[in-house]
Write a protein that binds this ligand. Structure first.
Ligand SMILES: C=C1C=NC(C(F)(F)F)=NC1=N
Length: 215
């Protein structure tokens, strides 16, 4: 179940979009995304009531199409919206504490190595987001790219953990990321910056599903 949901995980905030975020999400949903994360961060990101209102509209879309809606970092917003889950980084509110606050909603934790995967599992995370796999343009303070070998290393030690890879993944690299052992790919600019969002999303979806079948 979790591994299926992670197949094509679209992560987006208003600053990642060159057009209306709602239209971007609509096209991405039609293209086949399997999970959505609202990540309203960085220079120019919305705050307060504007952030809440945008989240509400995006959540409504996800609900219509039965796509899990995950909130990045902002646990209060996730609870206020009754979102499907939260995604937290290593430095954010300690994962155990978040788990207490959200009950059985999805809990995703960002990881960069095997040790952080073990800590996330100890905090009862439902999935881990590993990255950045390749250099990314979507996160100012991103860590050093860890490459496909980190996916293989973690998978060799933790066979069962639901793991989605993130960071600079494109249609050229999606297949290798799955073959290295990820259950799915998380993308921001590969969808947000596409000329034709529906078609691009559909191609990514088909690539990931084909690679997962061969797995
Ligand atoms: C920093 C992040 C790391 N991983 C993920 C995801 F892949 F979606 F789990 N999302 C983030 N915001």
């Amino acid at each position: 179940m979790m591994k299926q949901k992670l197949s094509l995980y679209f992560v987006m905030g208003s600053i990642d979009c060159t057009k209306d975020p709602l239209a971007v999400l609509d096209e991405a949903i039609k293209g086949g995304i399997t999970m959505f994360q609202f990540r309203e961060k960085g220079k120019g990101a919305l705050t307060g009531i504007e952030k809440y209102r945008l989240a509400e509209k995006l959540l409504e879309r996800c609900r219509m199409y039965n796509i899990p809606f995950i909130v990045n970092d902002d646990v209060d917003l996730a609870l206020a919206l009754q979102a499907d889950g939260v995604h937290v980084g290593q430095e954010d509110e300690v994962a155990e504490r978040v788990r207490d606050r959200i009950g059985d909603k999805y809990l995703g934790v960002s990881v960069h190595n095997l040790n952080e995967v073990k800590k996330a599992l100890a905090a009862c995370a439902d999935y881990v987001g590993l990255g950045p796999i390749f250099p990314t343009v979507s996160k100012e303070d991103a860590k050093q790219a860890c490459g496909l070998t980190m996916i293989e290393h973690i998978r060799a030690h933790e066979k069962r953990v639901p793991l989605v890879a993130i960071g600079g993944i494109t249609e050229q690299t999606a297949k290798q990321v799955i073959e290295a052992g990820a259950d799915g790919i998380a993308v921001i600019s590969a969808i947000c910056r596409a000329e034709h969002i529906y078609e691009q999303t559909k191609r990514l979806y088909e690539m990931v599903m084909r690679a997962k079948q061969k797995g």
